[in-house]
Design a protein around this ligand. Sequence first.
Ligand SMILES: [Zn+2]
Length: 129
Amino acid sequence: MIKNYVPAEHKTEIHFDLVFYYDDDGGYAFPCDAAGNVFPLEYECARKNLEYCIAHPEEFAVYNEVQKWTSHYTEPAHGTCICGEEVSLWDQYYGACECPKCGRWYNLFGQELVAPEYWETDPSEEEYW
Ligand SMILES: [Zn+2]
């Protein structure tokens, strides 16, 4: 059994963009907080784009508005292998996964398994000749 087992968790992430959209598709979006304060922009061209947008309200159908985005994702179950390695439990091979360090196999509930090469094969898949 894996140690410190943490079950898979569904997470919701919310983020905001300050958006400037043209009439047709397209425009600019800058990551910001809920109040519309743009986060420091890493790239010079992004800063120039923002300056341009702010300076040209007449060009945009949607100008300087905060848009809220919600994204959902699942963080896989994880735990600490007997060897000490932190292992993410995901469906790597038929609902099992291998510790990248020591090669032990676990199912998604953190129970240790024998390696897939020792799994019994389905008799109907065996060939007879
Ligand atoms: Zn391990």
